[in-house]
Design a protein around this ligand. Sequence first.
Ligand code: NAD
Length: 272
Amino acid sequence: SITQCTELNNRVKMPWLGLGVYKTQEGAQVEQAIADALEAGYRSIDTAAAYGNEEGVGRAIAASGLKREELFITTKVWNSNQGYESTLKAFEDSRQKLQLDVIDLYLVHWPVAGKYKDTYRALEKLYKDGHVRAIGVSNFLIPHLEDLLGSCEIVPAVNQVEFQPFLTQPELQSYCKDRNIQLEAWSPLLQGHLDVPLLQEIGHKHGKSVAQVILRWDLQNGIVTIPKSVTKSRIIENADIFNFELTTEEMEAIDGLNENRRLGSDPMNFNF
Ligand code: NAD
């Protein structure tokens, strides 16, 4: 069911499916999208300081009437706030905007060269002090993880990276799996570019949409997924993936679409 969880490397449970709110407008839009998602059964929300909508996320959570422990809220420290002290400050700012005492998952948004280790040390401090239930990274490739694991105390619980049928990063998948780092997919729905014949064909066989096929493929690959939508019918559709199963052949066929094609920035070479 939609509340199915993966158990992170510190035993904390994280839902396999969440709502992404990148480019969801602060104010009425984000509040309505979250209200619709919670009504559809979502319990996990993925935001970031950089999305500029943490206050709306906070208002939507407060208005939901759900118990705090039923929800799983992720946010991230933005690049311009990286470094030890500034990350602690940025966390406090996010926490207040979200109106939460404790954040479920706090991530280093991008591996800013020369800074991400100090940033991560601040996350470790927040974790030890009980302000976050789990800590992790985003957009970390194997070299970044090797570097970080060489000196960190707490193995990241999660690595959130671009993951979609044309970018499956098999080496990164097994690297994370071997180290008990849960991989999480951003832009799982190809940012809406869903007219892929193979996926349409597979969807047709199951009476499912391309979006549902991709999200189901994420789950069967053991990858947490956070599709974005602000349209109620799509929010509901994207969660209706727990009642069918892709065959081994279908899984392999989708895996076979990989061509290392990114929609977003390359973590080895970004400048923001
Ligand atoms: P996505 O792949 O989830 O695509 C979202 C778009 O797909 C929507 O805007 C809509 O146009 C379309 N769509 C959604 N559901 C659909 C459906 N059922 N049928 C047809 N079209 C549909 O893109 P995303 O927003 O880039 O990624 C998802 C989330 O991942 C973000 O909202 C954010 O939370 C996270 N993210 C994180 C990073 C990072 O650096 N850590 C980067 C990008 C995104």
